[in-house]
Unconditional design. Structure first.
Length: 219
């Protein structure tokens, strides 16, 4: 499996904000794959993730960032201490997206920015993954939270990344391992039934669709 989503994401984020000299908080860093591409851009980079094992992996593999176990719904940081807060494909994983956005608004400076990177249901990769794990309700909850939060939505941009799988066996392995789900032949069959998804080619090329929201504090 090969993909360019991390680099596409960094490029898009860099178009929205300038990291130079900034203090940045990444919420939901996972094992640090995106964090590693942010290192060196801001003055200080802090990243949190609720999964203890993933935090340990990030600490061992990524240099130049401070990693902590934590959740966006209860940030253990003082008010107005970050220039940029980034939810990296993580806001829909929170139990309460509104609370997480409120916490982000609390810790970001008055002239700072909150970036929310979220997947959509439009891409071929999403159509495959939804068979194993449907997150549509959580994604809708995020959109409502963004609309209703105290921050102002200044900009939203959709962009695309490409994933290449050697064949459908490679795809099945990645999907089921990603969602920690045992292989299921019936679910595997359903993956190929979505329009626009052809699992009989080699390699399999799937599009990943994401949207980046830029939010600011009210003045």
């Amino acid at each position: 499996m090969k993909q360019d989503s991390e680099q596409k994401t960094i490029d898009k984020i860099s178009e929205c904000v300038d990291f130079t000299g900034k203090e940045v908080l990444e919420i939901g860093c996972g094992d640090g794959r995106l964090t590693s591409r942010l290192v060196g851009k801001p003055k200080k980079l802090t990243a949190i993730e609720p999964d203890v094992d993933r935090v340990e992996t990030a600490r061992m593999t990524v240099q130049g960032a401070d990693f902590f176990v934590g959740t966006g719904e209860s940030l253990d940081f003082p008010d107005a201490c970050f220039d940029i807060v980034l939810f990296s494909l993580s806001l829909h994983h929170h139990q309460n997206a509104r609370v997480a956005l409120r916490e982000a608004a609390r810790v970001v400076k008055s002239d700072g920015a909150v970036l929310v990177l979220e997947p959509t249901d439009d891409g071929g990769l999403e159509q495959v993954c939804v068979v194993v794990h449907d997150e549509s309700k959580e994604k809708m909850a995020v959109q409502r939270a963004i609309t209703e939060c105290e921050l102002i939505l200044e900009r939203s941009e959709t962009f695309y990344a490409t994933w290449l799988f050697d064949d459908k066996e490679d795809l099945y392995q990645w999907v089921f391992e990603t969602y920690d789900h045992p292989f299921d032949a019936e679910l595997a069959r359903e993956m190929g039934e979505h329009p626009g998804v052809n699992l009989e080619t080699s390699p399999i090329v799937l599009q990943d669709t994401m949207v980046l929201h830029l939010l600011k504090k009210r003045k």
